[in-house]
Ligand binder design. Structure first.
Ligand code: ME8
Length: 522
């Protein structure tokens, strides 16, 4: 048991939530739920990134103020996360007074540490990515190298953070901690980036060009560069820097207000690794704060074989799928289909294959087990040892825990599904319907049913992080009050409990309509 602090990126309040944002947030939710089930104390942070040119322009285009736009969009993200069953502890908005005060306190620390200077800057700026790129990065076509959007030539006065001074320390940190940036492909990219040298970081923009930002504490004509503002959210939520009284800061582990810093893992997509693995740690070094323990960059969701983009009109809205198949099925698909770290392609066919897996293996096992307990034992779990499938269960639990502990969620959940598959095989082998016809084999039938019920309880625990709704429903149908903690699984007594059969957990869905029909009991 311990404590664990994890974060998603804070998403730009200029765009609608889509399957890509949902993926990262569900990944974080799975991790948070798994750790809670393992008994840990959790701080799970998500939120919205609300300052900068991108938001300013999006608001202007809609004829509203930036804050009006952000209020609406933050509400949409919060509503989406509620519908997707996200169990975050804190939804942060960078327009909150507390955050603004922490950004200013952090900047003052950098300033006091002699790490800020003023200079004229000329460069290529991408509003889409909210950052400068070098001539080499934008190439002959002069487009931003991440999303291919336009870049603009900008010459202006900025304040700079002496990021270059931290290059060697950062390289050493990455080399000494091979698991700090995962997967290794991303780590190598960052090392490759650092091998080319490290420039200083422009941390401000003139207010005359961008008014929507946090003014620098020592120069109110300049606003804080939105990435410095946004990254600081992770410290704001941790409580490591006490806002309010300027420059007042409490020590770590202060008994009056224990801080969650450093974060255990920052989760994100591979598009924003540089800002998290270079800008952020060097800023923290400059402010004398410890570095996050891990940076995990997952792969990219594409649609078919094309990139998801607003202009192509192929942005997949997870909430549309949810209406037809339920939240858990969408979560299952996303977690099961993308090997953490690699890219994956969303296709309706693959979604249906994964749904059928749920329905035919896990859903079927649950339905047939509950039905048989009802039919053969009037709905009461037999008081019998559940001795079969012990080896399969132990192996699945080991693989499951290894997968979730090592951020290979798809492998962990595949192991859980394999256990459900093994239990279905056990049903076929035991043929409980034949045992039920032979009064001399009642003990065998009791043992079979007790084993199946126990296996369902184990599966409810294993699947809860990814399918919280149906895992809870299954636990209730088994006569439990809630999904047990991992540590309680050994001791929870199922015998004598009254089960409830109910509708199948994952009904048959006709992809052409939203009518649902019941799957047959096997
Ligand atoms: O970058 N596949 O916000 P953002 C997988 N505000 N993940 C995807 C995805 C896709 N197709 N599309 C988006 C920002 N994501 C900044 C972050 S953090 C201090 C500031 C996910 O709204 C993925 O997590 O552009 C990616 O990193 C993030 O959304 C980018 O969200």
């Amino acid at each position: 048991m311990g404590s664990f602090y994890l974060s998603t990126p804070i998403y730009y309040a200029s765009g609608e939530p889509h399957i890509g944002h949902a993926y990262t947030t569900i990944l974080a939710d799975v991790l948070a739920r798994y750790r809670r089930r393992a008994g840990d104390d959790i701080l799970f942070l998500t939120g919205t990134d609300e300052h900068g040119q991108k938001i300013q322009e999006a608001a202007a285009a809609e004829g509203v103020t930036p804050l009006e736009l952000c209020d609406v969009m933050a509400g949409r993200f919060e509503a989406a996360w509620e519908e997707m069953g996200i169990s975050h502890d804190r939804f942060i908005r960078t327009t909150e007074a507390e955050h603004i005060a922490v950004v200013r306190a952090l900047l003052e620390r950098l300033y006091d540490n002699g790490l800020i200077y003023e200079a004229e800057y000329a460069g290529w700026y991408s509003v889409g990515q909210e950052r400068y790129f070098t001539e080499k990065e934008i190439g002959p076509d002069r487009v931003d190298p991440i999303a291919g959007g336009p870049v603009q030539r900008i010459r202006e006065k900025n304040h700079f953070f002496k990021m270059s001074e931290f290059r060697e320390r950062l390289v050493r940190h990455i080399e000494d901690n091979p698991e700090w940036i995962v997967p290794a492909t991303r780590r190598n990219e960052v090392l490759g980036f650092l091998a080319q040298g490290l420039a200083d970081l422009s941390i401000s923009r003139p207010r005359s060009r961008i008014h929507w930002g946090i003014p620098l504490p020592w120069d109110s004509d300049q606003v804080t560069y939105v990435w410095v503002d946004a990254l600081t959210n992770y410290v704001t939520a941790s409580g490591a820097i006490e806002p309010g009284a300027a420059r007042e800061e409490r020590g770590f582990g202060d008994s009056r207000r224990p801080s969650w810093w450093p974060c255990d893992v920052h989760l994100m997509g591979k598009d924003i690794v540089t800002t998290h693995a270079v800008y952020w740690p060097t800023l923290l070094m400059g402010a004398d704060l410890p570095l996050p323990r891990k940076i995990l960059a997952h792969g990219w969701w594409v649609v078919g074989d094309t990139k998801m983009s607003k202009s192509l009109g192929n942005v997949v809205d997870p909430l549309d799928l949810r209406e037809q198949y339920g939240t858990d099925a969408v979560r299952w698909y996303l977690m099961r289909e993308m090997p953490t770290g690699q890219d994956a392609s969303y296709t309706p066919d693959r979604f249906l294959i994964r749904y059928d897996e749920l329905r035919n293996i896990f859903g079927n096992l649950a339905h047939r087990t509950l039905s048989m307990v009802k039919r053969y034992r009037v709905g009461t779990v037999p008081d019998a040892p559940a001795e079969s499938l012990a080896r399969e269960t132990a192996q699945a639990m080991t693989a499951y825990r290894r997968g979730l502990d090592d951020y290979r969620f798809h492998e962990g959940f595949a192991a859980a599904m394999d256990l459900a598959r093994a239990a279905n095989g056990f049903v076929e082998a035991r043929e409980p319907w034949a045992l039920a016809r032979d009064p001399g084999r009642a003990v065998e039938l009791d043992e079979t049913l007790a084993t199946l019920v126990r296996t369902l309880a184990v599966l409810a625990v294993m699947f809860e992080p990814v399918m919280p709704v149906q895992a809870r429903e299954l636990a209730l149908r088994l006569g439990l009050e809630h999904v047990p903690l991992l540590a309680d699984l050994e001791t929870v007594d199922l015998s004598g409990r009254t089960v409830r059969v109910g509708q199948p957990l994952f009904p048959r869905v006709d992809p052409g309509s939203s009518d649902q029909e019941e799957s047959p009991v096997t």
